[in-house]
Design a protein around this ligand. Structure first.
Ligand SMILES: Nc1ncnc2c1ncn2[C@@H]1O[C@H](COP(=O)(O)OP(=O)(O)O)[C@@H](O)[C@H]1O
Ligand SMILES: Cc1ncsc1CCOP(=O)(O)O
Ligand SMILES: [Mg+2]
Length: 264
């Protein structure tokens, strides 16, 4: 079960082992996500060339596939990397950015799920509903619905794909189709910074590399994101300073912070 101690234990293991997280991600967030991974104690690498992705996945401890700014060549690399990662037995995290917004995104997301067999899928409520083929309005990369509206969709998606599914939002829900864990920390300022969801997916990669219990790893990663967002927001005048304080908070996050703030 998740509690402050279990979060701290995985965080300490992450910092001690510094897992290499291979990211194939979008142009918008590459810098933010690499910095977030470094700050939490992981080691990031961004690599998307078809010629090298299988080799890079071969030395990594987790692979994060993010379709935020996709094109056919990148998709080829994502699928090649995903197949190599699954063959190696490392966790594959899929962030279906903007799925539901265009037919191309929908088609690519379906292909990635079929061919890469992600162990973990994280999206906002609109994205999870779109992936589960539910009727939902999309607004590009931002959600139009609250996370709890997508809970049934997330459970169905988890059963259908075999992945743990995370819906992020004011509350985060993590499910394997049977159990549901809920994270209640966070700040409404977090969705005002682009790439916070992508950062969550990258951080999940680091936690999944450390803890083979994917449900618990995902809950720990989302708890760390939300607790850090909450601490950082208190120091921030707006989204610009939140971005800076958030990275510093990931770096400085202590067991006491977690024990004081985690809402069970
Ligand atoms: N209203 C909110 N209150 C608290 N935390 C939030 C809120 N909205 C998003 N978050 C947090 O911000 C991060 C990004 O989530 P989200 O905005 O749903 O992703 P995306 O950027 O993919 O749409 C997550 O860690 C989530 O818990
Ligand atoms: C704005 C934008 N456009 C394409 S990818 C991207 C970043 C989305 O990041 P997030 O889903 O984490 O807000
Ligand atoms: Mg997103």
């Amino acid at each position: 079960m998740i509690n402050a101690k279990s979060i701290s234990t995985d965080l300490a293991a992450l910092r001690a082992n510094s897992p290499l997280v291979h990211n194939i991600t979008n142009f918008v967030v590459m810098n933010n996500t690499a910095n977030a991974l470094l700050a939490i104690g992981a080691s990031p690498v961004m690599a998307h060339a078809v010629e090298e992705v299988a080799d890079m996945a071969g030395i990594a401890s987790a692979l994060v596939i993010n379709i935020g700014t996709l094109n056919p060549l990148w998709v080829e690399g994502m699928i090649k990397a995903g197949i190599a990662a699954t063959a190696k037995g490392i966790p594959v995290i899929f962030d279906p950015v903007g799925v539901g917004a265009t037919p191309y995104r929908n088609e690519v997301a379906t292909q990635i799920i079929e061919k890469c067999k992600p162990t973990l899928i994280r999206g906002n409520a609109s994205e999870i509903m779109a992936l589960a083929k539910e009727n939902v309005a999309t607004k590009g990369v931002d959600s139009t619905v609250s996370a709890n509206a997508a809970l049934d969709a997330a459970k169905n998606l988890a059963v259908e794909t075999g992945a743990v599914v995370v819906i992020s939002g004011a509350e985060d829900f993590i499910t394997d189709g049977k159990q549901v864990l809920t994270i209640k920390n966070g700040s409404p300022l977090m969705p005002k910074v682009t790439g916070m969801g992508c950062t969550a997916s990258a951080v999940l990669g680091a936690f999944a590399a450390i803890n083979k219990n994917t449900l618990l790893a995902a809950a720990h990663g989302m708890a760390v994101m939300s607790i850090c967002g909450e601490i950082a927001a208190k120091k921030s005048a707006g989204p610009g300073s939140l971005q800076m304080h958030f990275i510093d908070t990931l770096y400085n996050l202590s067991d006491k912070d977690i024990a004081d703030l985690f809402i069970a």
